[in-house]
Design a protein around this ligand. Structure first.
Ligand code: NAP
Ligand code: F7E
Length: 322
C-alpha cells in the first residue's frame, strides 16, 4: 500500500527535491498549486517528475482550499513548504508575508486538525528566526530574535506548530533549516544570483555583478540533502523540532570567490557594491549546530560548499549555452 503525501510549495526549490525523494520511496505525491505565475512547474520538469505529481489548486491563505486538499489527497504526511520566502521582499510586503508564512501555516494546521488529526505535519521553519544571534552556534535551545518581517512571520508559524503539538496532540514537527541552495534555487537569492552572473560573465553576456552586504555570513548546505531531514522527522515516533545545518559558516564574499574561481575569473574585477541590495536590518552571521538531527535522525550533510557552488555554476553554464 503506497502512502500519500501533500506538499504545499511543491513548485519551489525544496518542494521539487522533496517530491523526487518521496516518489523514489513509493509515495503518491500531491501538491498544492497556487497558480499565481507562468511556468511555475519548471523545477519539477528539470527533475523529470512534472507528470508524476498530482496537483491540487489551492492557496495557503484559503483554508477551504486546504481542507479540500487534505480530503482529496488523503495525505498521511503533510509538508508545509509554501511561503513568500525572500527576506528582502518581506519589508515591501510585510502583511502578505505574515498572511502566507504565518497565518498560512495555521491554516494548514487547522486543516490537518479538522480533516485528519492523525496525519503527520512538517513546518518549514528557518534560521532567520535566530536573526540577531543569541549564541555563537545556534541550536534548538537558542532564543529567537528575528530581524525581518519574514523572520517574524516564520516565528509565528513555528510556535503554532509547537502549540498544535502540545494542545491538540498533533504529530507536528518543525525543521529549523539553515540556508540551503541548489541549481533550482530562485535567482533572487544570493548564491544563485552569483552563480548565474558568473556563468553569464564567463560567456561574455554580462560584465558586472551588483551585490549588497558581502560581509554577511551564512551556513549554506545543499537542498537535496536537507529534504531528507524533513522526511526523517516525520518518520519518528515523537514529533519534535530540529536544527538542520552544516556547522560551517562562510561570508558571501568567500562564496563568490569559489564561484568566480571555478571559471578562472576573480571577484575584484566584476563585483560592484550596490547600496540598493542592503537590508533595513541585517542578519550578520548564522552558524547552526545540527548535533540533535545527527544523533536522533541519523542525518548528516553530504555536500560541501565548494561542491554545491560548482554544481550551481555548471548548471547555469549549461542553461545559458542552450
Ligand atoms: P521557494 O523556492 O521560494 O518556494 C516557495 C513555494 O511556496 C513556491 O512553490 C510558491 O509557489 C509557494 N507559495 C508562495 N505563496 C503561496 C501561497 N500563498 N499559497 C500557496 N503556495 C505559495 O522556497 P524554498 O527555498 O523551496 O523553501 C521552502 C520553504 O522552506 C519555505 O517555506 C521557506 O520559507 C523555507 N525555508 C527555506 C530555506 C532555504 O534556505 N531555502 C531555509 C529555511 C526555511 P509559486 O511557485 O507559485 O511561487
Ligand atoms: O541572502 C546577503 C544578504 O537572500 C543571504 C531564504 O531562503 O535563507 C534565505 O534567506 C545573505 C544576506 O538569503 C545580496 O544581505 C548580499 O545577508 O540569499 P539570501 P537569506 O536572506 O539568508 C533563509 C534561511 C530563509 O529561510 C529564507 O527563506 O546575502 N546579500 N548581497 C545579498 N542577498 C541577496 N539576495 N542579493 C544580493 O545582492
Amino acid at each position: 500500500m503506497s502512502k500519500q503525501a501533500l506538499i504545499t510549495g511543491i513548485t519551489g526549490q525544496d518542494g521539487a527535491y522533496l517530491s523526487r525523494l518521496l516518489l523514489n520511496k513509493g509515495y503518491e505525491v500531491y501538491g498544492l498549486l497556487a497558480r499565481r505565475g507562468s511556468d511555475t512547474l519548471w523545477r519539477l520538469r528539470e527533475l523529470g517528475i512534472e507528470g508524476e505529481v498530482k496537483l491540487i489548486d489551492g492557496d495557503l491563505t484559503d483554508l477551504s482550499s486546504l481542507i479540500r486538499a487534505l480530503e482529496v489527497s488523503k495525505a498521511q504526511e503533510v509538508y508545509n513548504l509554501g511561503a513568500q520566502s525572500f527576506v528582502g521582499t518581506s519589508w515591501q510586503q510585510p502583511v502578505l508575508t505574515a498572511q502566507v508564512d504565518g497565518v498560512g501555516a495555521i491554516n494548514v494546521l487547522e486543516a490537518v486538525r479538522i480533516v485528519n488529526p492523525k496525519a503527520r505535519f512538517y513546518q518549514a521553519s528557518t534560521s532567520e528566526m535566530f536573526g540577531l544571534i543569541q549564541a555563537e552556534k545556534q541550536d534548538e535551545t537558542t532564543p529567537f530574535y528575528p530581524r525581518s518581517p519574514y523572520g517574524v512571520a516564520k516565528l509565528m508559524a513555528h510556535w503554532a506548530t509547537v502549540n498544535y503539538r502540545e494542545s491538540h496532540g498533533l504529530h507536528a514537527s518543525s525543521g529549523i533549516l539553515f540556508n540551503h541552495e541548489s541549481p533550482l534555487r530562485g535567482i533572487e537569492f544570493v548564491t544563485r544570483k552569483v552563480t548565474h552572473a558568473v556563468a553569464s560573465i564567463k560567456l561574455g553576456r554580462q560584465k558586472e555583478l551588483r551585490l549588497g552586504n558581502i560581509d554577511a555570513k551564512r551556513d549554506w548546505g545543499f537542498a537535496g540533502d536537507y529534504v531528507e531531514a524533513m522526511w526523517l522527522m516525520l518518520q519518528q515516533e515523537q514529533a519534535d523540532d530540529y536544527v538542520v545545518a552544516t556547522g560551517k559558516t562562510t561570508t558571501v564574499r568567500d562564496m563568490c570567490e569559489i564561484a568566480f574561481a571555478h571559471v578562472g575569473l576573480t571577484l575584484q574585477e566584476h563585483v560592484v557594491i550596490d547600496p540598493n541590495f542592503f537590508r533595513p536590518a541585517e542578519v550578520d552571521v548564522l552558524l547552526g549546530n545540527p548535533a540533535k538531527a545527527e544523533a536522533k535522525l541519523g542525518w548528516a550533510p553530504k555536500t560541501s560548499l565548494v561542491q554545491l557552488i560548482t554544481m550551481m555554476v555548471d548548471a547555469d553554464m549549461r542553461r545559458l549555452k542552450v
